[in-house]
Ligand binder design. Structure first.
Ligand SMILES: Cc1cc2nc3c(=O)[nH]c(=O)nc-3n(C[C@H](O)[C@H](O)[C@H](O)COP(=O)(O)OP(=O)(O)OC[C@H]3O[C@@H](n4cnc5c(N)ncnc54)[C@H](O)[C@@H]3O)c2cc1C
Length: 476
């Protein structure tokens, strides 16, 4: 069990006092500005340097024999809508900080819908320590990433193995951990002490601000409407978020079709016995493309791989194909990928029950003004900034949002903060949202760009670097 580190107040970082010289320079610039009576530009106050808190080794958490009691007196009660990746992470981060919360999920139980795909944790492979997860039980680390032509010729290779072998100066900055989405979700829910903490079967239908500054929420539960109250509503309810719809309307930033479909499958390595191929060593990620279709194959667990085939298609055709079911999706995928080994073998061996397919969407970026409409409500994860899966960033950003929001509540609503008087928007949400929107904007854009260039000749550009990086260099 975990509680926050008292030395850094759960931030994982501490501020170093600014040097006397920096303080004096700022003061001089400010005095100068005041003399101009508001003409000219005000100097920006220098920010304190942050360094890792050694007491908790940067996680912001300390081992404890019990969780802190929810501090109902001082903190707002948070209603978290959606127990997916972002919602479960926010609940865990609130629990560690003594922030009272209720976690609502429309599904009736953990496994109600097939959610079979794998995630790659990049920045978040470190950030999850801040959520109390120091090693992922089912996580698989990849050390090599290869790009092939359809004949199997390698046109790009990177990852720890490459750097170590070639003794190159470049070292990988972080580890990519692959994990089934449901395994990560389970680990987050286990932080809460198990599934029972989730209010399953609660579909949010409406909420409204009350005169006493609280919020009244209406849920559909077993065909009936159930009312509850909270001080803060957080929409962690995914790309088709109801909270977003109620807050800013669906017509302002509607779903934006990115011009392609993805077909996904999971194949146990046991179905590929007899195929001796180093690409199936449970530590290699590889992709193969022809300028139109592109397949990406990664370890899903130590005993299986996940494949993701994508290609351009008009929206109505993509919608139609995705409703045709796994057999049609499999046939389409096999027809388009009669390429080098072991791709045809993997696709053929994948059971239909393990195949799904979706048209790919995102939404136009949100801005602070749109979110400001929610006095005491906000959004995180896909509800705030949905993006295509091609940069593998959606879950990473949802986890970072969750931690950042819990830290902001803990700081902005601490005892004596008077947040009830100032309002939760001013005390917490404005600053949190501006950090979230700035951090995720580049990821949304890069993920949308990837939906284009991965299905073009650019994907076959020779170079030992992630695809699309050559475009970034040209931009600079
Ligand atoms: C094929 C594919 C591959 C991907 N690969 C990666 C990857 O490698 N790396 C990565 O970082 N990301 C990846 N992503 C993206 C990632 O899965 C999402 O960005 C992430 O799950 C978003 O988390 P979330 O909590 O915002 O939403 P979700 O995880 O979608 O959770 C939303 C939850 O809200 C619930 N809900 C919805 N409406 C309501 C309501 N009205 N009331 C109550 N509950 C409600 C839903 O049932 C659901 O449980 C991938 C996505 C796909 C489709």
């Amino acid at each position: 069990m975990w509680t926050t580190c008292q030395e850094c107040q759960g931030r994982g970082k501490k501020s170093r006092r600014l040097s006397k010289k920096v303080r004096l320079n700022y003061q001089m610039a400010f005095d100068q500005f005041e003399k101009t009576k508001g003409n000219g530009t005000a100097p920006v106050r220098p920010k304190a340097n942050l360094y890792k808190c050694l007491n908790c080794n940067g996680s912001g958490l300390m081992n404890s024999s019990s969780y802190p009691e929810p501090d109902k007196e001082n903190y707002p009660h948070v209603a978290i809508i959606g127990a997916g990746i972002g919602g479960a992470a926010l609940a865990a981060a609130c629990l560690h900080r003594g922030i009272p919360f209720t976690l609502y999920e429309r599904d009736n139980n953990f496994a109600a819908r097939s959610q079979g795909y794998g995630l790659t944790l990049q920045q978040a492979s470190k950030a999850i320590e801040g959520l109390g997860i120091f090693s992922l039980k089912d996580g698989v680390v990849s050390t090599r990433h290869l790009v092939h032509t359809t004949e199997g010729k390698v046109v790009g290779e990177w990852g720890n193995r490459k750097w170590i072998q070639s003794d190159a100066k470049t070292t990988a900055k972080r580890t990519n951990v692959h994990i089934a989405r449901q395994s990560l979700r389970l680990e987050l829910l286990e932080q809460l002490g198990g599934h029972d903490v989730v209010q399953w079967g609660h579909q949010l239908v409406d909420f409204k601000n009350c005169e006493d500054e609280s919020i009244e929420l209406n849920f559909q539960v077993n065909g009936e409407i159930k009312k509850t109250k909270a001080d803060l509503v957080v929409g962690a309810d995914g790309i088709r978020s109801s909270v977003r719809k109620l807050l800013i309307g669906d017509d302002i930033t509607p779903l934006r079709y990115l011009g392609c479909i993805v077909i996904l499958g999971i194949c146990p390595l046991s179905m590929l016995e007899g195929i001796n191929n180093s690409l199936l060593d449970s530590a290699t990620v590889f992709q193969t493309a022809n300028g139109n279709e592109r397949i990406y194959i990664m370890p899903y667990t130590s005993y299986s791989v996940m494949w993701q085939l994508s290609f351009p298609m008009p929206e109505d055709e993509a919608k139609f194909l995705s409703t045709q079911g796994p057999l049609a999706l499999k046939e389409e995928a096999c027809r388009r990928t009669q390429w080098h080994d072991p791709i045809p073998q993997i696709l053929t061996a994948t059971l239909e029950a393990q195949i799904s397919g979706y048209p790919v969407y995102d939404r136009q970026l949100l801005n602070s003004q749109l979110l400001e409409k929610g006095n005491s409500s906000t959004l995180i994860g896909d509800a705030a900034h949905p993006m295509s899966p091609f940069k593998g960033q959606g879950a990473n950003q949802a986890l970072l949002d969750a931690l950042s929001l819990a830290r902001a509540i803990s700081k902005g609503c601490k005892p004596l903060s008077q947040w009830r008087k100032t309002g939760i928007r001013k005390s917490v949400l404005t600053e949190f949202e501006s950090e979230m929107l700035e951090r995720s904007a580049a990821k949304v854009k890069d993920s949308a760009d990837a939906a284009q260039f991965l299905h073009s000749e650019i994907v076959l550009h020779k170079g030992d670097e992630p695809r699309g990086r050559c475009l970034k260099k040209k931009e600079q």
